[in-house]
Ligand binder design. Structure first.
Ligand SMILES: NC(=O)c1ccc[n+]([C@@H]2O[C@H](COP(=O)([O-])OP(=O)(O)OC[C@H]3O[C@@H](n4cnc5c(N)ncnc54)[C@H](O)[C@@H]3O)[C@@H](O)[C@H]2O)c1
Length: 325
């Protein structure tokens, strides 16, 4: 099997924890280079995953390694330049969410990707959680999903600081809550028709909201309920999917449930799905599956479900949630 040659820009915390082990385990992929401003991080990742070449300058790496796909994993304020550069060379690009500081940046990158024929994907790994895809299918066997509720909840250890992430450069909903916004869109299906919302700043100083709720009506006929908060008891990411007399509760960090016709729920441990792959965190949280899917799309000439074009719609829904508060 011919291997796809890929390269990484960034070897930081999240990249090292989830993306490197996922990509490195794909048998049809070779990680041929790493570009990192921090040489220690580059060396550590290269040693762990047997990558031959490391660089300080990503432009030099792209020129010398000539990768077919590039993973650009770094905070959103640094993303635009390397992603724009790689796309203009016609390279396929995977990036973490959010894929721009603003919807205009995201739209520009989607335009550049389209005009240069690049396959792209944004890291909305929750679409790929094996429990999510398996139980979504179970609900849909009964007919279309009619109601979706997605909660993304965390607590704030230091309430004396404003809510913005990366020292205030971006608001929590666009940077982090966007996972729940995207999950809501993907589970409900169709286009956004109406939005009603509330966005509040609770307990912290500053101007950025840390508690957002929204009610979204979709052209599919489904209704979505969003609850995003940084001031609750603990971290929870949970999706509820309701179809005709069928319900799934998906919490990939703990356990998931399927129940139909008033019967007792079937309960699945967080790692019940994906055990066949090795049962590691990146398997049951969806990271391995998003990378498998991205490479399959490149190999088969298909569009990823959350390519830049689709992910612009998630950025636009964030805008609408703020506009309609
Ligand atoms: N999917 C999820 O569930 C999830 C969870 C947390 C964070 N994230 C996202 O992950 C991203 C952050 O990833 P991380 O934790 O690996 O980042 P990080 O901040 O730990 O590391 C970023 C690395 O990129 C390097 N870097 C920056 N600019 C560079 C350049 N021009 N050339 C080469 N290297 C460069 C830095 O030296 C640093 O080592 C953010 O977009 C964040 O929103 C996603």
């Amino acid at each position: 099997m011919a291997k796809i040659r890929v390269a990484f820009i960034g070897a930081g915390a999240l990249a090292s924890r989830y993306h490197y082990p996922s990509v490195a385990s794909l048998p049809d992929v070779e990680i041929a280079g790493i570009a990192e401003l921090n040489p220690e991080r580059a060396k550590a990742a290269a040693a762990k995953y047997g990558v031959g070449r490391t660089f300080g300058d990503y432009k030099q790496m792209l020129a010398e390694v000539d990768p077919q796909a590039v993973y650009v994993i770094m905070p959103p304020q640094y993303l635009f330049e390397p992603v724009n550069f790689a796309l203009k060379q016609g390279r396929n690009v995977f990036i973490e969410k959010p894929f721009g500081m603003t919807t205009d940046q995201a739209k520009h990158l989607a335009y550049v990707a389209e005009t240069h024929g690049c396959t792209t994907q944004v890291g909305f790994q929750r679409r790929f959680i094996p429990a999510m895809t398996a139980l979504k299918r179970r609900v849909e066997e009964r007919g279309p999903i009619h109601t979706v509720s997605v909660s993304f909840l965390k607590h704030t250890p230091d309430l004396s600081r404003p809510a913005g992430l990366y020292d205030g450069v971006i608001d929590p909903l666009r940077c982090d809550g966007i996972h729940a916004v995207d999950n809501l869109r993907w589970l409900a299906g169709g286009e956004v028709e109406r939005v009603a919302s509330d966005a509040r700043i609770r307990y912290v100083p500053g101007t950025m909201a840390n508690a957002v709720t929204a009610h979204v009506a979709f052209s599919s006929g489904a209704v979505g309920l969003l609850h995003f908060s940084y001031v609750t008891g603990r971290r929870i990411f949970r999706a509820e999917l309701h179809g005709q007399n069928a319900t799934a509760y998906v919490d990939a960090d703990r356990e998931s449930h399927f129940v139909a016709d008033g019967n007792e729920p079937e309960v699945f441990a967080s790692n019940a799905f994906g055990e066949d792959l090795g049962g590691q965190e990146h398997h049951w949280l969806g990271f391995w599956h998003e990378h498998r899917s991205f490479i399959d799309c490149i190999q088969e000439g298909r569009r990823p479900s959350c390519d830049f074009h689709d992910a612009v719609k998630t950025m636009e829904l964030v805008d609408r949630i703020y506009q309609s508060r």
